[in-house]
Write a protein that binds this ligand. Sequence first.
Ligand code: NAD
Length: 445
Amino acid sequence: MSPITEETMVPKAAAIEGITGRTNSTPLTLEQEKNPWEAQAARFDEAAQRLNLEPGIWKILRQPMREIIVHIPVQMDNGTVEVFTGYRVQHSIARGPGKGGIRYAPDVSLDEVRALASWMTWKCAVVNIPFGGAKGGVICNPRAMSQGELERLTRRYTASLIEFLGPEKDVPAPDMNTNEQTMAWIMDTYSMHTGQTVTSVVTGKPLSLGGSRGRREATGRGVSIVTDEALKYLGLDPVGASVIVQGFGNVGSHSAKLLWDKGYKVIGIAEYDGGLHNANGLDIAQLMEWKATHGSIHGFPGGEAIDAQELLLTACDVLIPAATENVLTSLNAARVQARVLVEGANGPTTPAADNILAEKGVFVVPDILANAGGVTTSYFEWVQDRMGYFWTEQEVNERLERIMVDSFHDVMRYAREHAVQNRIAAYMLALDRVAYTTRQRGIYA
Ligand code: NAD
């Protein structure tokens, strides 16, 4: 093992301040509170401190391993050239290749991608799959772009990153505003460059190109499994339990549908431009059909329009933010009326909101556990591609269920043993695993 022994003593307060740049008593400003990287770092530091992590490992894991910025020229349909900025951040490859989605949005920032990349490291470690963490993003407005423009953007972004991607290096997947088609373009571009078809370079692909059965619903399925486990853990009855979901995209719609199938009563869906409410429960299968036909949830006859913010703060048993970051902050957390919060989205709750929710006794299933069903099934997809042998949907779903249930109880065990909130317990579990591997590998010099 490399000589990191000098630093293996328990860190003192001054040493911690030296690593993190702040003391425990320095509160975050609202701007910092809403910065996902700061939010990630605050939880990471707390977990590291509680684990008495040695300063060397702490410093290594606090920063991403690699951050790549590319400027991507794209010929637009009208003949002009636009240049888009894209990022790929690889936080850690200690436990395996980098793994994480790519998002397209006008407000993507490097700090956001950094945070998402490190969350991927912790998430993969929570469910104990052999991946590190990475994430990508491109600043663009996909709603205003044609399919041809999106294809050219995706292919050029992939080509710019070609030396850093690969089944053993870094394996992208879909995230906000990217989908199976985006992954097919990435797979094809990578394959053209390497001179052979390499399906395992991305996950979340179409079935016909080496995708896995069950991948599309996997994140929502994982959310539904941990919701069930949380209610059982708390002694609550899932049948008839009321649920409000924010976001009716991949994660939100499948979470809502699978919970509805199990007998939960989904009383509200919040979208970015308004919500839908029905105290007796929405018919989620019909709502999915409505959205597929009409392009939005609005106008659905089975519910009443409601302000999306108001819906988020409406009384329910289970609240599932499944849209974006910073939904629950110090400004609104005190008005949350849910018993259980299951984080389908990444980073929906700020550290300040965590403390308020804890005081209110809200039971939180944190993002790095709750939405890990997606990456777990991506892992299954990667394994199947490399074997060239594909599993049935039942096999995929059974394996997913086993991992999600076990991981939920692993996190609960850490929470009990260390007397910490569930989120910090999940970080501690993950950090313990990644730190162990990092120590074993030593420092290459
Ligand atoms: P998506 O683009 O399919 O869906 C997002 C949905 O949220 C859309 O319906 C959109 O209209 C809605 N939305 C956006 N901003 C909103 C707002 N401010 N208020 C209400 N609704 C809003 O994206 P997705 O893949 O479902 O991802 C959602 C979240 O889940 C993201 O945080 C993503 O990082 C996370 N996540 C996704 C996966 C996956 O497998 N897709 C896995 C893990 C985590």
